[in-house]
Design a protein around this ligand. Structure first.
Ligand SMILES: Cc1ncc(COP(=O)(O)O)c(C=O)c1O
Length: 392
């Protein structure tokens, strides 16, 4: 298991490296790419072996998301997250962006509202806008350095024509792992406003093994709301498989499931065979062991990153409960968002995701990425300290 070799990411066609210049004006040979949520080290050996065997066979005809794959998804959800899932509840999508777009298509009409708690994964807004839906921002409250729900603000923002709540659990950005009590409140809010609840749990496998935290699937908390809940899962973030374009929509409710399956058929979507094979190989005991090793690597990177970043006066990395996307607050520097971005992109030459992408509440932040070799994290910290050296 090698997490520390520096790979030729541009030659591999990794989008966040290829886009450094175009997106952030950072010369490709001088920057560090940290904007997109994927990893710069290889996936689990068990996945590589399964794909290698498939390549060696040399036949790439029509495939299907068969019984072994569905059983592996169900096994993973039960063993990692304590969620008993019937394999028949799984409907495959071409990644979770496609799953979200499919939900918007089925359960809302153009002009209607799509709600989400901000700051959040910027594609919730972008996908809603591209589909002609109206984004409805429900701002989270920043309380003692972490996000909490502000139910009064959410009630004030929601509109009668809102049809869908896109919910990110754990939260991207910030890595906040919601408590059972909070999840229950979200489910009840969706029910009170008659919303389809899309619970995007793609970061669920990446909870750090400290502070006694545990991800709890929405369906475990609120099975009584199954008739309005769609849970999204994938091996893509956990195992660095995003380019293979397969994700799972878990639909315990037969009526919702039939709607999704019919739409997938109408749009002629079938999952790509290599993505199905990779997911099946990842969701295995060998995959579990690799994930545990990855979490140790990420926890080490998190410690290096937080120590170095929090040593810069006025800069604070939010304590990261899950995933590899540190959310760094620059408000204590007193600098404008433009000046912070000039220093991070222009001086440190780190391609981060600027906080305004993530909606209300994000302006003073940048989102970084820890799923890189350790030497890259050390380099990024040194660059940040140099770019903000006048504050020391
Ligand atoms: C919360 C969340 N949902 C969905 C996605 C996108 O998933 P996919 O690459 O499968 O379209 C991401 C990617 O960063 C994400 O963070």
């Amino acid at each position: 298991m090698d997490f520390d070799t520096i790979l030729p990411m541009r030659a591999i066609h990794n989008s966040k490296w290829v886009a450094l210049d175009k997106s952030f004006g950072i010369p490709a040979d001088q920057g560090i790419a940290m904007s997109v949520a994927d990893s710069d080290y290889p996936t689990a050996p068990c996945v590589v072996e399964a794909l290698r065997a498939a390549v060696d066979n040399g036949t790439f005809g029509y495939g299907y998301d068969g019984a072994g794959y569905r059983a592996a998804v169900a096994w993973w959800l039960q063993s990692r997250h304590g969620w008993p899932v019937d394999p028949d509840w799984v409907v495959s999508a071409q990644g979770l962006g496609h799953a979200i777009a499919t939900c918007l298509d089925i359960w809302s009409d153009p002009g209607e509202g799509v709600a989400f708690f901000t700051p959040v994964y910027h594609e919730f807004r972008l996908k809603s806008e591209r589909a002609g839906r109206r984004p409805v921002e429900l701002p989270l409250a920043l309380v003692n350095g972490r996000y909490e729900f502000d139910w009064a603000a959410a009630e004030a923002a929601i509109t009668p024509d809102t049809r869908i709540l896109l919910f990110c659990s754990p939260q991207n950005p910030s890595g906040r792992v919601w408590t059972v009590e909070e999840l229950r409140q979200v489910a009840d809010f969706a029910a009170q406003h008659d919303l389809i609840l899309v619970s995007d749990e793609v970061h669920a496998d990446l909870v750090y093994d400290d502070a006694g935290l545990r991800h709890v699937p929405m369906d475990v908390v609120a099975p009584e709301h199954r008739n309005r809940t769609v849970t999204l899962f994938a091996a893509s973030k956990t195992f660095n498989l995003a380019g293979l374009r397969v994700g799972q929509m878990i639909l315990p409710d037969p009526a919702l499931r039939a709607q999704v399956a019919a739409r997938m058929t109408a749009l002629n979507y079938d999952p790509a065979t290599l993505g199905v094979m990779a997911t099946q190989a990842a969701y295995s005991p060998a995959g579990q062991d690799w994930l545990d090793a990855q979490m140790r690597h990420l926890a080490r990177n998190r410690a290096i990153f937080d120590d170095g970043i929090n040593a810069i006066p006025g800069v604070r990395s939010m304590p990261l409960q899950s995933t590899f996307l540190p959310w760094v607050d620059f408000s204590g520097t007193g600098m404008s968002a433009e000046e912070v971005t000039r220093r991070v992109h222009g001086e440190a030459k780190i391609g981060t995701a600027p906080g305004h992408w993530f909606g209300t509440g994000g302006d003073s932040f940048h989102r970084f990425n820890l799923a890189l070799p350790r030497a890259r994290i050390e380099d990024a910290v040194a660059r940040m300290q140099a770019a903000f050296a006048d504050l020391q």
